[in-house]
Design a protein around this ligand. Structure first.
Ligand SMILES: Cc1cc2nc3c(=O)[nH]c(=O)nc-3n(C[C@H](O)[C@H](O)[C@H](O)COP(=O)(O)OP(=O)(O)OC[C@H]3O[C@@H](n4cnc5c(N)ncnc54)[C@H](O)[C@@H]3O)c2cc1C
Length: 397
């Protein structure tokens, strides 16, 4: 029976990236996901600078560009009737522009890179339980496929299985922090909008955005409080409700859409409060939404996941290699993650409440920008260090 160093549960931004980094450093890694290779998931796709920097450091940004993902060179903020505020994306080492790849593109690139690094990837495998050793330490997973159930042993298990993480549930990971609000989001894809920038619009308790993505399409989203979204939906089709929120947030976007063609249906998110879970214990850790979820209005979940995959992979490798005790390495991972996320968590929660007008939201958005500076600086320091040493220390076997 094969024993792995690490089993990763969940194969999207958090899980595929963690598996990739571990395998590149020589760890024997298996990755299980209950869904199918290349399956889509809910997302409006926007990556922030730190997320793009990670893809660039890992040598994967070229593939994102080669997949036809358009470069984002500006961000425009629209506040009520005020003049638009346009900000150019400053090129920095590794980041010539921002990108918003479809999940069918990004998650595939990450998982393909993990396979190329030697990760044993199995789709259609639902993890239904954890294995424990005599001391109670997590020592593997029980997976179910159409062919039956099998146990897979590992020195360490990573739960990258999203917001409703079964790994978190099985280990009883306590909630350390919970937000107060969860915003409701609806989005759809449109052809014919053009544009080469993110556009975010805000007006008295409603928001909207335009995000250019693959295949010449733009992802157009609207957000507001769940109760307001429900009211807008009452007796209306999804299209009418979407159009109404869009025209409230950004009348000019409403007019733009009249000349564009919608491709596919509407996607909806009913809202869920952000949370931070304790994300490690003997033999296990959580990464991505499994450990830390902030409201999608932040458009930062994937960027967080790409950052935290790196922090967790370093900690797990240190512990596997015996260069740091496991508890110290994993506690360090969680502390660093929480330090880098705390401000953004707070301000995302405040924005997700939608209890602001187009003036009050501006200082909140300035806080979002300020909160992103620390994580970019931390990752830029790692990028500089990459040039001096291999990406991660190899695991001693
Ligand atoms: C409406 C909406 C819009 C968003 N827009 C953005 C955006 O513009 N930018 C951004 O950065 N973020 C955005 N996010 C957040 C982003 O989608 C998440 O933060 C991100 O997907 C988290 O990645 P993850 O890998 O942690 O989890 P997930 O993407 O949720 O992946 C978890 C994986 O685990 C698998 N899994 C779950 N349970 C099991 C099991 N028991 N066994 C095996 N496999 C399992 C699932 O099949 C899934 O593939 C948005 C979120 C929503 C809801």
């Amino acid at each position: 029976m094969k024993t792995y160093d690490v089993v990763v549960v969940g194969g999207r931004v958090a899980g595929a990236s963690t598996a990739l980094l571990l395998a590149r450093a020589g760890a024997r890694v298996a990755l299980f996901d209950r869904s199918a290779y290349g399956a889509d998931t809910l997302s409006t796709h926007g990556l922030m600078r730190a997320g793009v920097l990670q893809l660039s450091r890992w040598g994967l940004l070229d593939q994102v560009v080669a997949a036809g993902t358009p470069p984002i060179r500006t961000t425009t903020f629209l506040y009520g009737d005020k003049e638009p505020v346009r900000i150019s994306i400053r090129p920095s080492p590794g980041v010539d522009a921002l990108y918003a790849p479809r999940r069918t593109v990004l998650d595939r690139i990450l998982v393909d890179a993990a396979v190329a690094a030697g990760v044993d990837v199995r789709y259609g495998t639902r993890v239904t339980g954890l294995l424990r050793d005599r001391t109670g330490r997590v020592a593997g997973v029980r997976g179910r496929t159409r062919a039956g159930t099998r146990d897979v042993h590992a020195r360490f298990v990573v739960g990258a299985d999203g917001i409703a993480s079964s790994v978190a549930r099985e280990v009883g990971a306590p909630l350390l922090r919970e937000g107060h609000w969860g915003s409701a989001v609806q989005y759809a894809y449109y052809d014919g909008l053009g544009g080469s920038g993110y556009e975010w619009a805000y007006r008295d308790g409603v928001a909207a955005g335009l995000i250019p993505t693959n295949d010449g399409l733009s992802c157009v989203f609207v957000g507001t409080s769940p109760s307001r979204m429900r009211t807008m939906r009452m007796d209306r089709s999804a299209e009418d409700a979407f159009g109404s929120v869009l025209r409230l947030a950004a009348p000019q976007h409403g007019e733009l859409l009249a000349s564009a063609t919608r491709v596919g249906g509407f996607h909806g998110w009913a809202g869920r409060r952000g949370f931070v879970r304790r994300s490690w214990g003997p033999g296990w850790a959580l990464v991505g939404d499994a450990g830390h979820f902030k409201d999608p209005i932040s458009t930062h979940g994937m960027t967080d996941a790409l950052r935290d995959a790196d922090l967790l992979a370093s900690a797990v490798l240190d512990s596997l290699a015996g260069s740091r005790p496991e508890a110290e390495a994993l506690d360090g991972y969680q502390r660093r993650r929480d330090l880098l996320s705390a401000q953004l968590f707070q301000v995302s929660d405040e924005i997700a409440g939608f209890e602001w007008d187009s003036h009050q939201v501006q200082p909140l958005l300035r806080r979002v920008s300020a909160a992103m500076i620390d994580e970019v600086e931390m990752l830029e320091a790692l990028a500089a260090a990459d040039e001096r040493r291999p990406l991660l220390a190899p695991v001693r076997r």
